[in-house]
Design a protein around this ligand. Structure first.
Ligand SMILES: O=C(O)CCC(=O)C(=O)O
Length: 274
């Protein structure tokens, strides 16, 4: 029998309420409270197909360049590091997705930059490096009173329970310790999402990929955005021509936050910001 879901609207004793009605505000609220949200990236089927073709082109070139044996020996064969720096406007545009940036503006106070972009393949019937619980600021056990870093995991393919969709522990960004094994067993949630969605996570939320028991690979592109006080995983400005980017795009990709190489350079930058 179909039971329509109803949520009571009446309330009493409430003096304060969070505000927000736009998709970006609601996603940011969900990230703050639960540690995650799902967002439609706005790609139509043709753009999604173009992105899949680009994913394969860049991955192929990457394996040619760095070598399958070498990448496997480093447990890096299923990852393409920093694809936006491999001459790919499609990956740059993915990192600058308007729906994600609007949400980040609501979720992170002040400025934020892209820390890293990684294309990921969860292969069928093979070990997967991300299939282990972690935070995306790994080895950290502090909690922040507001998000300092947000992970935007783009689903290149549908994420399903069969192909190893991402597991999360809701609200675990609010606790310093990794929870007990029984708690993990009872509270882990697998996030199924359509291709073309972003799964947004507070970076301190514990999560992992699942085992892919389908016959096809599950592809994703992960992004970490953070306040500009963390080092980028790979120096993006040093590997990307600024000429192809608008000033706003450069700011998000970290061009304005590179370490000044000297006191002179620091003071010159102060002057230009006055
Ligand atoms: O494969 C997944 O669904 C999760 C990926 C992940 O954990 C990560 O990139 O940090």
């Amino acid at each position: 029998m179909f039971v329509e879901r109803t949520v009571p609207n009446a309330r009493y004793g409430i003096l304060e309420q969070a505000q927000g009605t736009s998709e970006a505000e609601l996603a940011a609220e969900s990230i703050r409270e639960l540690g995650y949200a799902i967002l439609d990236a706005g790609y139509d089927e043709a753009s999604l197909q173009a992105l899949r073709a680009e994913f394969e082109r860049v991955r192929h070139a990457y394996i040619q360049r760095f070598g399958e044996k070498h990448l496997r020996s480093l447990n890096e064969f299923h990852t393409v590091r920093s694809p936006l720096t491999h001459d790919s406007r499609i990956f740059i545009d993915l990192a600058l997705n308007a729906a994600v940036l609007d949400t980040l503006k609501c979720a992170i106070s002040g400025r934020f930059i892209l820390n890293q972009q990684n294309a990921l393949v969860n292969p069928p019937g093979e070990a997967y490096s991300q299939a282990a619980w972690h935070r995306d600021l790994p080895y950290q056990h502090f909690v922040a009173s507001r998000p300092v870093a947000v992970n935007a995991l783009f689903c290149v393919d549908d994420f399903t329970s069969q192909n190893g969709a991402t597991y999360i522990l809701p609200a675990s960004h609010k606790s310093e310790k990794f929870p007990s094994d029984d708690y993990v067993w009872r509270n882990a949630l697998q996030v199924e999402a359509k291709a073309g969605s972003f799964i947004l996570l507070d970076c301190m939320l514990y999560h992992c990929g699942g085992i892919n028991s389908s016959p096809l690979q599950r592809r994703a592109v992960n992004h970490v955005f953070n306040i500009p006080y963390f080092k980028q995983q790979i120096n993006i400005p040093a590997n990307l021509a600024s000429a192809v980017l608008t000033p706003r795009e450069q700011a998000i990709l970290g061009f304005d936050d590179q370490e000044p190489p000297s006191v002179d350079a620091y003071l010159t930058r102060r002057e230009s910001r006055q």
